[in-house]
Design a protein around this ligand. Structure first.
Ligand code: NDP
Ligand code: HSE
Length: 447
């Protein structure tokens, strides 16, 4: 039991003393950074009461000093983030730049210099959590990142504190607002993927690199963070199976609607039992058919929601703004208050507890259900041929529907739960069958 990974890392930090000021460096003054500064200034008196001492902003690092900026004293601005971090009067560094490599260097430099760090950067945390946590432990300082998952929705605090005594079994989350907006627009207006994507871009939802949203990478980073905290095991971005929404068509949405379902990009983090009876973790992101009666189906626009199934608490649902300047700043400032309190009163928040150190399940062994939509030849024996392929590959069919479209005959199969590897192989064999003119879509179903 006594390994490096399972230490709770208690640490002694005597604190500066109640009422003492704490110095803050903000790295990044974009969508989130500017709102953090605005709210810190607006509520400075009450935040000082809550944190145990005044929070003083010592500087704001940006990349381009020539940009016109409202809401910030020009004296505070710098393009030298390292010098700001290393100032003696800076106790806490707030990283709101984004990306991975450069913020990783900045955050490590801050931690090594004994500064507590607050970040909203899911990509950084999902890729380098081990290294960052070790640096925070070595320096006996805090590393907070509540805003990294679902922004304003306090899901990480819920896992770290509220459910600390329970056994989480599954988390199913809509954790990317952009893709939820696109899927919801396709569902509610009949828009094509391209039209819905264009509207999401017009509204400023889509990330600078759109693949972060539509190919599921942003959601996969968030799934890694959620799974790590839920199952007390380090889960990294690369451990998460990831499929985005860019292949979802208006026909898929229409068919789902007709069957009483909605398509959502779900991040699913699950504790599963392998064939040897051992617990493993499955973390995956993919488009998922959700029954309209499920609370996640009604999450519209760019909202996020996280549905938790836990042994003692049962089912819990958390809903709200998962993006945007002010909602994200709300979570960042909550973390700043926590880090300030520790700097003033002493002690530190416990680091991530990875004592369970469970294996990550091979995705091929994960059990899921498929909805398979294919164009087939309109002749006798087609159904029997497809059914035989399924039986030969350990796939049991739950429903089979044949529909006549102007473009030809469609066969829609819904399978029972089966091993992902068996399902994927079956689809490949079906696609190569002479009876099949094309597999139109394969979408997994929620459990
Ligand atoms: P923005 O792109 O709006 O802002 C980034 C800021 O970082 C800018 O002020 C930019 O400077 C500054 N910056 C870039 N490079 C450097 C550098 N080399 N040195 C110093 N400053 C630099 O990003 P967001 O505010 O949207 O996002 C910030 C973080 O918050 C990201 O990690 C993101 O994933 C996360 N997040 C964002 C959410 C959102 O809704 N926007 C929601 C949840 C998390 P300049 O102004 O000069 O260009
Ligand atoms: N691009 C992200 C989203 C921003 O759409 O949810 C918040 O992390």
């Amino acid at each position: 039991m006594s390994t490096e990974a399972n230490k709770l890392q208690p640490a002694f930090n005597p604190g500066k003393g109640e009422g003492q000021a704490v110095g803050l460096a903000i790295l990044g003054y974009g969508t989130v950074g500017s709102e953090v500064l605005r709210l810190l200034n607006k509520h400075s008196d009450s935040l000082a009461q809550r944190a145990g001492g005044p929070i003083q902003i010592k500087g704001v690092a940006v990349s381009d000093l020539s940009k016109p900026r409202a809401g910030v004293d020009p004296e505070l601005l710098t393009d030298d983030a390292y010098s700001l971090i290393n100032r003696e009067d800076v106790d806490i560094v707030v990283e709101l730049i984004g990306g991975i490599d450069y913020p990783r260097e900045l955050v490590l430099a801050a931690l090594k210099a004994g500064k507590s760090v607050v970040t909203a950067n899911k990509a950084l945390v999902a890729a380098h959590a081990d290294e960052l946590a070790a640096a925070a432990d070595a320096a006996k300082v805090d590393l907070y990142f509540e805003a990294a998952v679902a922004a304003a929705i306090p899901v990480l605090g819920m896992l770290r504190r509220s459910l600390a005594g329970d056994q989480v079994q599954r988390i199913s989350g809509i954790v990317n607002g952009t893709t939820n907006f696109i899927l919801d627009a396709m569902d509610s207006t009949g828009a094509t993927y391209e039209e819905a994507f264009a509207e999401a871009s017009r509204l400023g939802y889509v990330e600078a690199d759109p693949s972060a949203d539509v190919e599921g990478y942003d959601a996969a980073s968030k799934a890694a963070i959620l799974a790590s905290l839920a199952f007390h095991t380090r889960v990294k971005f690369d451990d998460v199976y990831c499929e985005g929404i860019s292949k979802i068509t208006a026909d898929d949405i229409k068919a789902a609607k007709a069957a009483g379902q909605a398509i959502k990009l779900l991040a699913t983090c699950e504790l599963i039992t392998n064939d040897s009876g051992e617990s493993e973790i499955s973390a995956r992101v993919h488009p998922t058919l959700v029954n309209r009666s499920h609370p996640l189906a009604s999450v519209s626009k760019s909202y996020n929601a996280v549905f938790v199934e836990s042994e003692a608490a049962g089912e819990l649902m958390f809903y709200g703004n998962g993006a945007g300047g002010a909602p994200t700043a709300s979570a960042v400032i909550g973390d700043i208050v926590g880090a300030t309190r520790n700097k003033v009163l002493g002690g530190r928040a416990p680091g991530d507890n990875t004592y369970a150190n469970l294996a990550i399940a091979d995705f091929g062994n994960v059990r899921t259900r498929y909805h398979i939509d294919m164009k087939v030849e309109d002749r006798t024996g087609v159904l029997a041929e497809i059914a035989t392929i399924c039986v030969e590959n350990n796939i049991s069919l739950r429903t089979v529907r044949q529909e006549q479209y102007p473009t030809g005959t469609r066969l829609i199969l819904v399978t029972h739960t089966a091993r992902e590897a068996d399902l994927a192989r079956t689809v490949d064999i079906i696609a190569a069958s002479s009876a099949v003119l094309g597999v139109e879509s394969v979408i997994r179903l929620a459990e």
